[in-house]
Ligand binder design. Sequence first.
Ligand SMILES: Nc1ncnc2c1ncn2[C@@H]1O[C@H](COP(=O)(O)OP(=O)(O)O)[C@@H](O)[C@H]1O
Length: 341
Amino acid sequence: MEQNSTSPLFPGNHSHGNSTCSRDNVLKTVVFPALYSVLFLLGLSLNAMAVWVFFRIPSQSHFIIYLKNIVIADIITTFTFPFKVLSDSNLASTGLRIFVCRFSSVMFYLTMYISILFFGLISIDRCRKTLRPFKGTNAARLAHRKLLSGAIWIILFALCLPNVILTCNTPKSKYFKCSDLKTKAGLYWHEVVNHVCQVIFWAILVTVVVCYTLITKELYKSYSRIKSHNTPGTICQAPSKATTQKPHQSKRKMNANVFLVLGVFFVCFVPFHFARVPYTMSQTRGVLFDCKLRLFFFQLKESTLFFLTPFWTLSSTFSSVSPSGPLCSRLCSCLQVPVAG
Ligand SMILES: Nc1ncnc2c1ncn2[C@@H]1O[C@H](COP(=O)(O)OP(=O)(O)O)[C@@H](O)[C@H]1O
């Protein structure tokens, strides 16, 4: 795609005739569209199941409020996939590709950072529940969490809105990139938003690590108490299992769960956030990069983005089908199977 573009925003971009700089390779036009199509079908069915469960459950806990927000974000994300598929596979008209740059890609990133923020809030909530298992909630606290959720959506939406408004240049050729459609202010804002999103991501990552470290420590203490007294402890997450499993089995399982969550978060999200920095620079300071380097950063961004997408868009379903999650509890109660509280 890049080979024929004429971008006034990239004065150093003189190598358009070089076909090795084209974005249109088999990875972008065939492999990723096929994978995103599968993800669309999977995401649609699993998220529909999550909606079926969540919107029957009253928002009686902070956890449920946060998960409902993640489900809404996941659904919006899933609906952006068909546009990305059509655009990347070059089956879309110019108008549709402009729509992807202006709206659907912005919604994709917006909902991604909304999910990340709620994922952080869920970690804080789990930490609070583990450290203070007897501190319940009340109507006022639930109302605060709903207000906080609304504020997160509004603030991030306001942050991303200029990315829509300032993507208003008419493409100068059939072959254009999203950054070609941006005004000067639009490119500047695109960079600002990406910096803010980096801060959000790394802050949440630190929060998640701190929370899960505290949770692990507290659960170890509780299991040691169970072991020494041979009585049920104060584990709020899984009392019925804690009483039926041997302490060392529970400990191993707990470790596995904690490291699974942290591991997935690291492996899926960290590579994209490293790759995003040079790619954003290549979009806004094109003169500093030759076309091959820009292409390399684009491919790195697309690959790492695909790597994180399945985890992120299916995260609410993962949470709801975990043994103590609402979907499992609901299905198991229908089937009269005892589950962890
Ligand atoms: N973190 C973000 N938050 C909101 N919008 C974003 C973010 N990153 C990129 N965008 C917007 O999404 C659209 C596509 O961006 P990008 O993925 O960088 O371009 P490309 O598809 O050419 O690689 C652009 O309008 C851009 O401003």
